[in-house]
Design a protein around this ligand. Sequence first.
Ligand code: CP
Ligand code: NVA
Length: 307
Amino acid sequence: MRHFLTLDDFTKEELIEILNIAFDIKAEIKNGIIKHRMRDKSLAMIFEKSSTRTRVSFEVGITQLGGHALFLSSRDTQLGRGEPIKDTARVISRMVDMVMIRTFKQCDVEEFAAYSKVPVINGLTDEFHPVQLLADYMTMIEHNKANHPKVAYIGDGNNMAHSWLMLASKMGFDLSIATPKGYEVDKDILNRALKNAKISAAKISITDDPKIAIKDADVVTTDTWASMGQEDEKRQREIDFRGFKIDSSLMKLAKKDAIFLHCLPAYRGQEVSEEVLEGPQSVIFDEAENRLHAQKGIMLWLDTHRS
Ligand code: CP
Ligand code: NVA
């Protein structure tokens, strides 16, 4: 049995298999074909943080596959009152067919998976957001930006930056990350990516200068400066991230036909200007829709790889 906890748990070939499933079922649904490949299966969705896209896309996704989702907020379950993860995992996984978790610590998702009888999917932790990156890569493929592209990530060295490192180093493309001093990516995750990059021939570079990172990029992306759980740091971060907003003048340094991605929610006037977010290079709503298709691909792949 396999879990989907980080992109690093998968080979490039496996990630392509999942993407192919996602593209096939996206085409089917666009042609009005609905196949209940996970008929009567239940997906438990545990949320310890807020969500719009992840909740809706997983719930609709499993429904379209003929299954059913349970929304479990830590506010309403015993998990929020201190029931251990290992007990929760053993109870829930005896009743459902798959679990998706959004929480703070990556080690909590890993502990849940270690005790679970069914596949577990990481729906975002402080360290990683792997399901988002599969949707992002799908969007790059659809916009012809997956053939040895240069991707520029400008912003916080957070879960999205880490996931871009994992994706680039697996798929073998160029990634340039610009973070302000003091907000760099995690060193261990960077080293893992650099190790993978030796095999995939990915080129990874790190700078504190957004202009260097964005130069001649095919794909430009960013994320909020203050992630969930960092609300108290918001004002300080607005000061520390000055010069990191992706606006039209910065965008001009990328290739003319570059696309702009953002996992959303976006904060206009902070990490990205209204003009770029709403402009012709922005494909953020294609990207958001692809969450649905990519995650159906992940669920189906995990379901067919159960022993
Ligand atoms: N991008 C993303 O995961 O959005 P939500 O927080 O709304 O799920
Ligand atoms: N980095 C953001 C991503 C939200 C989808 C966060 O963790 O809040």
